[in-house]
Design a protein around this ligand. Structure first.
Ligand SMILES: Cc1cc2nc3c(=O)[nH]c(=O)nc-3n(C[C@H](O)[C@H](O)[C@H](O)COP(=O)(O)OP(=O)(O)OC[C@H]3O[C@@H](n4cnc5c(N)ncnc54)[C@H](O)[C@@H]3O)c2cc1C
Length: 410
């Protein structure tokens, strides 16, 4: 083992359990192991500071005037000390050699050569908890466009927005885009929400349901541009961003994109989906699906490579990525038991209840929703819509419940 900087990577023949990634998934695994074993050596390697925070807060915090530091529940170093964990913060894993059970590390603060340390460490058991990263389509250059998939980037955006009312364009009306749109509106900003589809959440719900969401979003004052594609974002000489977009007509004979007057905005946020980097899984020989991420055994959360597990946004179970918080505790408990050699019943995956955090409309989904399929109306009134998705055997595989918000009295 070659270790170049002892202050970053302490000398030890093996680092026991090594976890890559200090998001909710990585920290859940540490909590689960420590609940059963206080002494097993654990090394947590993360490209960020390792600070503990609740990521779902990132779509609620701006209207509450909360900065990134307000959201940190414990700094990485404090949390690591409390959990008796060796934290290698600001450290990127660049390679995994599964045959020798070794990892290559490099400083994530490479802009300053003083901090650049290269090292190799070994593991007995490895947990991949490295999340997924935002997809930036070509039309959304990464250097001009924000994302809210990490507290650090969120913090920079929050600081910019704290200076007063600004115009923000959000590209992508999935859950994150729809939630942050309402949060920014509540914080007093002008918000334009743009999506390829006619309504928010169109990739998971049928049009009858999403039409209600579009209506609620628009009536609260968000400028929703449904059926449009952003073609370009450039910075003007006055510092504002010019967002060009075009209508994508869906008629059979009209594939012609129609250009419109560009939007001039202060900020653009991309919420156009997540993808998992295949570099480390490929290096480790771990089975990987380009769309859904690392493939694990559904009951043990082991990958197909010996001694390597995966959890959180980077993995998928039974062909479905599950990028939600609720299942993490049970998944982490299974990984902890399996690693510690304790008897366990195996993880039983239950799709979590999905709840949109918007207040303008209440949207709750159970099961595994998908936009297309045999959706049947169960209840339909002005205030409520309940629909079931039936599979080929007429068994309910998902249910969506949409309710008008209950207005406070007085
Ligand atoms: C804005 C927003 C709102 C959300 N709201 C909800 C909600 O209301 N309810 C819900 O259930 N879910 C919600 N989610 C999803 C949920 O937050 C995520 O599923 C969960 O936080 C993912 O955790 P993770 O640890 O897998 O990934 P991440 O939080 O992405 O953590 C990955 C970690 O890996 C590190 N890393 C990556 N690559 C490397 C490398 N090569 N070397 C070293 N370290 C590396 C990163 O630095 C990071 O620490 C939301 C997500 C977002 C973005």
């Amino acid at each position: 083992m070659s270790v170049e900087n002892q202050s970053v990577v302490p000398e030890a023949s093996s680092h026991g359990i090594v976890i890559i990634g200090a998001g909710l998934a990585g920290w859940h695994v540490i909590d689960a192991i420590r609940a059963k074993d206080k002494d097993m050596p654990i090394t947590l390697i993360t490209a960020d500071s390792g600070d503990r925070y609740h990521k779902p807060m990132l779509t609620m915090a701006i209207s509450q005037n909360k900065s990134a530091s307000d959201l940190v529940r414990a700094t990485g170093s404090k949390a690591a000390e409390a959990a008796n964990v060796n934290l290698l913060a600001n450290t990127q894993v660049t390679d995994i050699d599964a045959s020798t059970q070794q990892l290559q590390l490099v400083s994530a603060l490479r802009s300053d050569p003083v901090y650049t340390n290269y090292a190799t460490i070994s593991y007995d058991k490895l947990v991949l908890a490295m999340g997924a990263h935002p997809i930036f389509p070509q039309s959304l250059p990464e250097d001009l466009v924000w994302h809210v998939n990490h507290i650090e980037r969120f913090g920079q955006l929050q600081e910019k927005l704290a200076s007063g009312r600004q115009h923000v364009a959000i590209v992508g009306a999935g859950m994150v885009g729809t939630e942050i749109a309402e949060d920014l509106l509540k914080a007093g900003h002008e918000v334009t929400l743009i999506d390829l589809n006619d309504a928010p959440l169109s990739q998971m719900l049928p049009s009858k349901a999403t039409a209600r969401i579009a209506q609620a979003v628009k009536s609260q004052g968000i400028d929703f541009l449904g059926g449009y594609q952003v073609s370009d974002v450039i910075r003007n000489s006055d510092g504002k961003l010019q967002v060009s977009y075009e209508s994508v007509a869906s008629g059979a004979d009209s594939n012609i994109a129609q250009s419109l007057e560009p939007l001039i905005v202060d900020h653009v946020i991309a919420s156009t989906g997540l993808t998992v980097d295949d570099k480390l899984p490929a290096a480790a020989g771990v089975e990987f699906n380009r769309r859904t991420g690392i493939v694990v055994d559904a009951t043990t959360l082991r990958t197909n490579t010996s001694s390597i597990y995966a959890i959180g946004d980077c993995m998928s179970i039974n062909g479905v990525a599950c990028r939600y918080v609720a299942p993490l505790r049970a998944q982490a408990a299974t990984i902890a038991d399996d690693i510690l050699g304790h008897e366990h019943d195996g993880y039983e995956h239950k799709p979590p209840m999905i709840r949109l955090k918007n207040k303008a409309i209440s949207v709750m989904v159970t099961g595994v929703p998908q936009a297309t399929g045999n959706w049947q109306v169960k209840t339909e009134t002005d205030d409520e819509l309940i629909m079931d998705l039936l599979d080929d055997n007429d068994v309910v595989s998902a249910t969506v419940t949409i309710k008008a918000p209950v207005m406070p009295k007085g």
